[in-house]
Design a protein around this ligand. Structure first.
Ligand code: TPP
Ligand code: MG
Length: 781
């Protein structure tokens, strides 16, 4: 009876939600109608400590596990920016994007093993899959790694499982198959449900899935006596009794045996169509629409209850009526609080404007317009305030100061509402990690770069059992450049591990593990292959803190190597692409392995996610091993001056540091004194504006890297000229030196003729100097 009530309440919420959108009180609606009963069955086996990674249809499930109230549901529909009213995203995400708050108000991880947890949904279809893999794998690690037994707040001996949900059409995505395969390989406790309503918006299953059935085509994954694999169930979405039975079986296998399970829930419906953006009458046949009515899961549940003698029709009628009233009252409450919140802020402005209305007719007009606005939003008041100030420009008025103060206060509030938490704001923010300088002894050994890294990683693994590293070839051989050489033998296969070739889910694994309290280092073998993972990094990891307004974090360290070595796919440096897609992550570009180690140590202390790009051509170069390799930490956002000079500032990073230093030597011989600066980190970039100080001295600036023209050099130029206001100190136009706009061909000549080389840098800087003193610097050509 309680299940039926909940199903009805959730349905009423969907019906009301759609109306709210059409009335103009909310902007967009996508609802969970037609999926209620299966979700209630699933929620019955979702226990404390478990995790969900799902999508926008799961409102009934979230309500059933008590992690979504009806009022919070409507608060999200209205975009209420209060964390209390809308805990999933504080009004940042559109309706149907669920999340639990895994962090306390200080950004500290709550005891997740004592909570019911949902990772934060995102809109790209199937993008919930990669992180689901990591959420499930964490349980396996907690169960199998004895060193993790004491983390009682993070796990109940690995008995918790990860629930995934996905729409039938979204299983067409590559990420779905990649994650399913990886889950089978890893044998992780992942209970995957496919909500199959035979459509993906207007596109029917024949266009989506071979044979029209995901369970049919995945049947090869079914485990048997001699082979590991999946357990696969198929059940109709309108069959309450069978759904409950199926989920009980599925959960037991998943939880006890740590076997991935797929539950294909078929014959689901969409009573209101896909979303508020269209009507399904346009593309579904009459027969289909009729069938959907008849097989509506709530209607079927009602029939079953009556047939079984669970309840009399009039009792169910009563429940339905009450559910309607409950949903309506929740909606009204949510709207009232949302409106009050907006109006309070607006009323303060209206009071100020009222004082100037008599004196200034324009102000009276602006005030009246604001008062008459139906369902006003915050922007309406801000617009009115700004228009008022504009109208009063050059005039005397007693209300100006009041308006300015109102604007300043609401700017700060709105910054917090809409722009905060791009990065961690906790005490573990990477910006707050205190640096520790590298120390050296007289007899500090000089090693290959890779050995410096290996010493760093060994110390990190030793210091914290939650640190783990994985990626292609990371386990047995300790990565293709041997940064982890010998560390699997020392720390075991659970801590230093090989993975399949699957960049997207390597990152997803890292995200899920980091969400659950691990400190993963996920490796992408070469920077050129980051493209396979850039979507999930951008859509999921980079904005996790932002989209939950500090409710969740995944301090994942992504390790990769690039810039230059050989050939079109092993020498790329697409840094502009990275900077443009990964805001929310920090991007660190160390010039050698000692700097890299300093960054790993810093980031392991922090709760921000980051990408660390090592120099692919630097593993065999000799470096001195710091005596405190285990603890020395480099600050982020702090460039280093590699060479002091008077005539020109050259800003670069990564492998280019050596190329630029070579050119600077030659330039010195020609009488040009270069100040070479290694930016070291691009996000954040030079937070203390050290480069500006250099430009003030040299009055000339060159940005050099291996990206395409207009790539990361354009970013650095914007930082120096616009953000740091360096333009005022320039005596010559700024110069960028980049690679050509194609990828570098194979072999040394390919590199020389497409990447910046010392001769090119020499000539460009020489030209720059010649511009101001042609006598001293005669033409070369
Ligand atoms: C990567 C991506 N492509 C397209 C969309 C637009 N889109 C949103 S929902 C949807 C259909 C999904 O269908 P299905 O997975 O069957 O889920 P259902 O809505 O039917 O429950 C599409 C194409 C999207 N959100 N993400
Ligand atoms: Mg569908």
């Amino acid at each position: 009876m309680a299940d039926y009530r909940l199903a009805c309440e959730s349905r009423e919420a969907s019906l009301l939600g759609r109306k709210e959108v059409f009335m103009g009180k909310a902007k967009f609606g996508i609802f969970g109608d037609g999926k209620e009963v299966a979700q209630i069955a699933m929620a019955k086996v979702f226990r404390i400590g478990d995790f969900r990674s799902g999508y926008y249809r799961d409102q009934t499930f979230m309500m059933a596990i008590n992690e979504l109230s009806l009022t919070a549901y409507f608060a999200q529909l209205y975009a209420h920016t209060s964390v209390q009213a809308e805990p999933a995203s504080a009004g940042r995400q559109m309706t149907g994007h669920f999340a639990t708050r895994m962090l306390d108000e200080n950004g500290k991880l709550k005891p997740l093993a004592k909570l019911k947890n949902s990772s934060a949904d995102i809109s790209p279809t199937a993008a919930q899959m990669p992180r689901l893999l990591g959420l499930a794998q964490a349980s396996k690690l907690f169960r199998e790694n004895p060193d993790l037994k004491n983390f009682k707040d993070l796990s109940i001996n690995g008995n918790e499982i990860a629930f995934g949900t996905i729409g039938n059409a979204s299983t067409s995505e590559g990420m779905f198959f990649e994650a399913i395969n990886a889950a089978g390989v890893l044998q992780v406790p992942m209970l995957m449900s496919v909500w199959d309503d035979e459509y993906g918006i207007s596109v029917p299953k024949e266009y989506q899935t071979t044979k029209g059935s995901i369970s049919k085509i995945l049947s090869g994954f079914q485990r048997n006596k001699s082979e590991e694999g999946f357990e696969i169930f198929t059940v109709n979405g309108w069959d309450y009794e069978e759904l409950c039975r199926t989920y009980e079986k599925a959960e037991k296998i998943c939880r006890e045996e740590h076997v991935p399970v797929l539950v294909h829930v078929t014959e689901m419906t969409q009573p209101q169509g896909h979303s508020t953006s269209g009507s399904h009458e346009r593309y579904k046949s009459k027969e289909r629409l009729e069938w959907e009515k008849e097989f509506d899961c709530i209607r079927k549940m009602r029939e079953w209850m009556i047939n079984q003698g669970v309840a009399l029709p009039e009792v169910l009628d009563g429940i339905e009526k009450e559910a309607k009233a409950t949903a309506k009252s929740a909606k009204d409450t949510a709207w009232r609080t949302f409106e009050e919140d907006t109006k309070n802020n607006q009323n303060a402005l209206l009071d100020i404007l009222a004082n100037g209305a008599n004196e200034h007719p324009e102000i009276a007009g602006i005030k009246e317009h604001l008062e008459k606005t139906i369902n006003p939003e915050r922007l309406d008041a801000v617009r009115a305030a700004k228009k008022s100030l504009r109208a009063l420009a050059g005039k005397e008025s007693g209300i100006k100061e009041g308006i300015k103060k109102w604007i300043a206060d609401s700017s700060a509030d709105n910054f917090d509402r809409y722009n905060s938490y791009v990065h961690s704001q906790s005490e573990w923010s990477a910006l707050k990690v205190s640096p520790i300088a590298a120390e050296y002894a007289e007899d500090s050994p000089v090693l290959d770069g890779r050995e410096i890294l290996q010493a760093c990683f060994e110390a990190a693994l030793k210091a914290d059992p939650l640190v783990l590293a994985f990626g292609e070839d990371v386990g047995k051989i300790g990565d293709v450049n041997q940064g982890f050489a010998g560390l699997q033998e020392k720390f075991g296969k659970l801590s230093v591990t090989d993975t399949g070739i699957r960049e997207c889910t390597i990152i997803g694994q890292g995200i899920g593990l980091a969400l659950r309290g691990f400190r993963p280092i996920a490796e992408i073998q070469y920077l050129d292959y980051l493209l396979y993972a850039i979507q999930i990094l951008s859509d999921d990891l980079a904005n996790l803190q932002y989209r939950t307004k500090g409710g969740q974090k995944a301090p994942l360290i992504v390790r990769t190597r690039g810039h230059r070595l050989e050939g079109i796919w092993h020498a790329g440096s697409p840094i502009g692409m990275i900077l443009n897609s990964l805001r929310g992550m920090y991007v660190l570009v160390p010039r050698n392995m000692t700097q890299a180690a300093g960054f790993y140590n810093t980031m392991l202390q922090s709760d921000d996610p980051c990408l660390i790009i090592e120099c692919l051509n630097g593993y065999r170069l000799k470096e001195k091993l710091p005596t405190n390799i285990n603890e020395f930490r480099l600050p982020i956002g702090v460039p280093e001056i590699l060479r002091e000079g008077m005539d020109v500032t050259i800003v670069t990073y990564g492998s280019m540091c050596r190329v630029v230093m070579d050119a600077a030597n030659d330039l010195e011989a020609a009488g040009i004194s270069c100040e070479v600066i290694d930016a070291q980190t691009l996000l954040p970039f030079d937070i203390h504006h050290a480069i500006l100080q250099s430009v003030k001295k040299t009055n000339r600036v060159v940005f050099a890297d291996e990206d395409i023209p207009g790539g990361a050099t354009a970013f650095m130029m914007q930082q120096i000229l616009e953000v740091q206001k360096g333009y005022a100190y320039l005596d010559a136009a700024p110069v960028t030196i980049t690679a050509k706009e194609h990828r570098p061909p194979y072999a040394s000549d390919g590199d020389y003729f497409s990447k910046p080389n010392p001769e090119e840098i020499f000539e460009k800087v020489y030209e720059l100097m010649r511009e101001s003193d042609p006598d001293r610097f005669p033409s070369i050509y």
